[in-house]
Design a protein around this ligand. Structure first.
Ligand code: 4HQ
Length: 249
């Protein structure tokens, strides 16, 4: 899968792409990611990418010309994009469903804004969608772009070594993940639940499904509206809603 990321901080983005699963997938060629310096697409001596807002007011606005030139160049060098994403707190909030949808595409371009914002004509004519990673204000779109490349890239077959671990992830089933434990079986007086040491794989799977459901009820009940639940899970849900789950772990 191909990604092109346009930014005024290419070294920040490169650093964020170097480590971990995404870094390895880049080395192996599974992910073909090119980071473009927006200043390379300016034509003035001072490589200016921003300007004052029409109508006045505080802050600066990213000029349209360098962004249009960058996307033209990406199209010429790397072929047409299936999606051009503009990072923006005014966008739709990015979810696991978006990550799944984008992971099926061949070529995605990400535009990172800075300053107070980006000229509206970029949103209207260059971006196919505007995406936010959450309701808080960042100083630029670089971290959101890294978040999206990570969430999408790890769904590309082969990028995460163990396909099963992608399947098991929280949200793949529409619920939060169950608790995890490793050795030692007792640590600072806290024991790992007996069922996990029992070797009864059916019981372990059942405990984990029940715990995932319990956590979701307690922490993110709104996720239950869309989570696909089987008959047994719906019964547990009624139990939790009646009287908590005291003692019935
Ligand atoms: N910004 N999710 C302002 C964000 C943001 C977010 C990116 C700050 C764009 C111009 N982007 N710049 N939250 O806060 O995506």
């Amino acid at each position: 899968m191909r990604f092109d990321i346009v930014t005024i901080f290419p070294e920040m983005v490169e650093n964020g792409l170097a480590a971990g699963v995404v870094g390895r997938a880049r080395q192996s060629g599974l992910l073909d990611i090119v980071v473009h310096n927006l200043r390379d697409f300016t034509i003035d001596r001072h490589r200016v990418v921003d300007d004052v807002p029409f109508g006045g007011g505080p802050g600066m606005v990213l000029k349209p010309e360098p962004l249009f030139a960058a996307v033209d160049e990406i199209r010429a060098q790397r072929g047409p994009a299936d999606a051009v994403l503009m990072m923006s707190p005014a966008g739709r909030v990015f979810t696991q469903a978006d990550a799944r949808r984008l992971a099926r595409l061949q070529h995605v371009v990400l535009l990172c804004g800075r300053y107070e914002g980006v000229d509206e004509r970029v949103r209207e004519q260059l971006a196919s969608e505007e995406v936010s990673i959450g309701d808080y204000v960042l100083s630029g779109g670089e971290l959101p772009a890294l978040v999206i490349v990570d969430a999408v890239g790890r769904l590309v077959p082969g990028v995460v070594g163990d396909e099963q671990s992608v399947e098991a992830d929280s949200f793949t089933r529409g619920l939060l993940d169950h608790p995890h434990y490793t050795r030692p079986a007792e640590y600072r007086g806290q024991r790992v639940p007996d069922v996990l040491l029992s070797g009864h794989h059916g019981e372990i799977r059942k405990w984990r499904r029940r715990q995932a459901l319990k956590r979701t009820v307690e922490r993110r009940p709104e996720l239950l509206a869309t989570a696909p639940l089987d008959d047994e899970e719906r019964k547990w849900l009624r139990d939790f809603q009646r009287g908590g789950d005291e003692g019935s772990e």
